[in-house]
Each structure stands twice: as structure tokens, then as C-alpha cells.
Ligand binder design. Structure first.
Ligand SMILES: [Zn+2]
Length: 70
């Protein structure tokens, strides 16, 4: 594997808080660029909600695939 992110990099969606113990916890597959904030790593389920609900998301969204489906 040459991924930049470890296999246990978790989803931080849908709000981008990153500290919610009741959060998703699934492996992140996408990185959403944000204005003046750290990029948001999310799973496929939370990609859509995070674009609409997380703080600082650029529009149109700038999304990178950080992990291909295994
Ligand atoms: Zn998720």
C-alpha cells in the first residue's frame, strides 16, 4: 500500500468535529478540502452530508479520493 493515510484513519463526518466518540468510525475514503480548516476525511456514506453540513467546505466542493475500495 502506498496510501498516505493509515488503514484506521476514521471518518470524521458528517459535521467535521472529529472528536465525537459516537461518530461514524468507518474508514475514510474521501478528503474534503475546507477553508482555513484541516481537510475533512469521510466515508462514502458521510461524503454528501459533510459537504452540506461541515464548516468551511469549499463550493463547488473539492474532493480527493484518499483510499480506493479494497
Ligand atoms: Zn462516516
Amino acid at each position: 500500500m502506498t496510501d498516505r493515510w493509515s488503514a484506521d484513519d476514521p471518518c470524521h463526518g458528517p459535521y467535521g468535529g472529529g472528536a465525537d466518540p459516537a461518530g461514524c468510525g468507518d474508514p475514510a475514503r474521501f478528503e474534503v478540502a475546507r477553508h482555513l480548516r484541516t481537510p475533512l476525511h469521510v466515508c462514502p456514506v458521510h461524503l454528501g452530508p459533510s459537504l452540506l453540513l461541515a464548516d468551511g467546505v469549499l463550493w463547488p466542493p473539492v474532493i480527493s479520493l484518499i483510499r480506493a475500495r479494497a
